[in-house]
Design a protein around this ligand. Structure first.
Ligand code: SF4
Ligand code: SF4
Length: 354
């Protein structure tokens, strides 16, 4: 528990005001004190002091945090609970105190290099492999979800980025995000992806997944520039031939693109170049979480989908699409009832290019 002891000062700063209770999406669904930020801070404090053992209830409390960062945004004491929670998860994982779902997901990733535990070709979505160059300045990092589940989005993204000279990693592995969020070690995956990026000689890695983005940016040791697809598209918008569409869309801010990395304006700039944008009831730094992050979807699917349904209540009436820029948000919001109305920003750009 050494690192957790180092966190002692941080969670001692929690004044137990309960401001976080009003925003924590997991608490809004369950109502249990142990499922809100304040409860989690108290539990971590007791764990660190040795007065509490990590039983099933403790694991549920710490592992139902989506790491959305809404509490950080609102905490008057200025602490960052998701960081403290992730470090607590790390210490518990080192001791082997993980849930069966976390154990299964981490084994899948360690064995197969992807979150689905599949041995299928990661580049099955790509028909013309002549576009994959051995050397390039840009790399498109596809991520597990788009590689295996959302092939059209992967195709549309690469078709756009390859115009600017981007290539792909020949043997891309999971970026490591699910492992890090759940408290596991991701150094082997990070080293393997980094080695391939270095071999290509790329200075910039571009990704369309918010989870990959925050991981590549914050856990790969600043070896290269990392851009999200919305950032890249916004800076090249005048070079893409877009025809205006007579539709109205709204935009869901993925937590790990918005609150965690402050990318709010670029996706909106791209949308406004194509069609009308109306904001959700809560947006930008106040946007509610889709419920899919932090390993919550894998471990607590019902809770995760309840959060998605709550987020969908923020969608304005009569929009044609709910646009976002993260395949995890897309999956959760679709499964929560948004259906095919939920699309990736790149797919909207694709419609405007037809
Ligand atoms: S808002 Fe901050 S200080 Fe207040 S209870 Fe929550 S974590 Fe503690
Ligand atoms: S990061 Fe989100 S889910 Fe986790 S404690 Fe904070 S508000 Fe709740």
């Amino acid at each position: 528990m050494q690192n957790m002891k180092q966190d002692k000062r941080a969670f001692n700063l929690c004044v137990r005001c309960g401001t976080c209770r009003t925003v924590c999406p997991a608490f809004l669904e369950s109502g249990w004190e142990s499922a809100n930020t304040r409860g989690r801070m108290m539990i971590i404090k007791e764990l660190t002091s040795g007065r509490l053992q990590a039983d099933g209830d403790v694991l549920r409390s710490l592992n139902t945090c989506t790491t959305c960062g809404l509490c950080t945004e609102n905490c008057p004491a200025g602490i960052s609970p998701p960081e403290i929670i992730e470090r607590a998860r790390r210490m518990l994982a080192i001791q082997g105190k993980v849930t069966p779902e976390q154990d299964a997901l981490s084994r899948s990733i360690f064995q197969s290099g992807n979150t689905f535990g599949t041995g299928d070709d990661r580049l099955a979505w790509l028909q013309d492999r002549s576009l994959v160059r051995k050397k390039a300045d840009y790399v498109y990092f596809v991520g597990c979800m788009n590689s295996y589940r959302y092939h059209e989005t992967a195709k549309n993204t690469f078709s756009l980025l390859s115009r600017f000279g981007a290539t792909l990693l020949p043997g891309e592995q999971c970026c490591g995000s699910p492992l890090l969020r759940m408290g596991f070690d991701a150094s082997e995956l990070i080293e393997e992806n980094s080695r391939q990026i270095r071999e290509i000689g790329a200075s910039t890695v571009i990704t369309g997944c918010a989870g990959c983005y925050t991981t590549l940016k914050n856990s790969y040791g600043n070896q290269f520039q990392v851009l999200s697809v919305p950032e890249f598209l916004a800076s090249h918008i005048s070079e893409i031939d877009l025809k205006p569409l007579d539709i109205t869309v709204t935009y869901h801010d993925p937590c790990h693109l918005g609150r965690h990395n402050r990318i709010y304006e670029q996706p909106r700039q791209v949308i406004r170049a194509i069609c009308r944008l109306v904001e959700m009831k809560a947006s930008r730094n106040a946007a509610r979480c889709c419920g899919g992050g932090g390993g919550v979807r894998a471990g607590y699917k019902d809770l995760s989908l309840q959060m998605a349904r709550r987020r969908l209540e923020d969608v304005p009436d009569d929009v044609d699409y709910i646009v976002t820029s993260c395949p995890l948000c897309i999956r959760n919001l679709r499964d929560g009832g948004g259906g095919e109305k939920v699309i990736d920003l790149v797919d909207l750009v694709g419609m405007a290019m037809e």
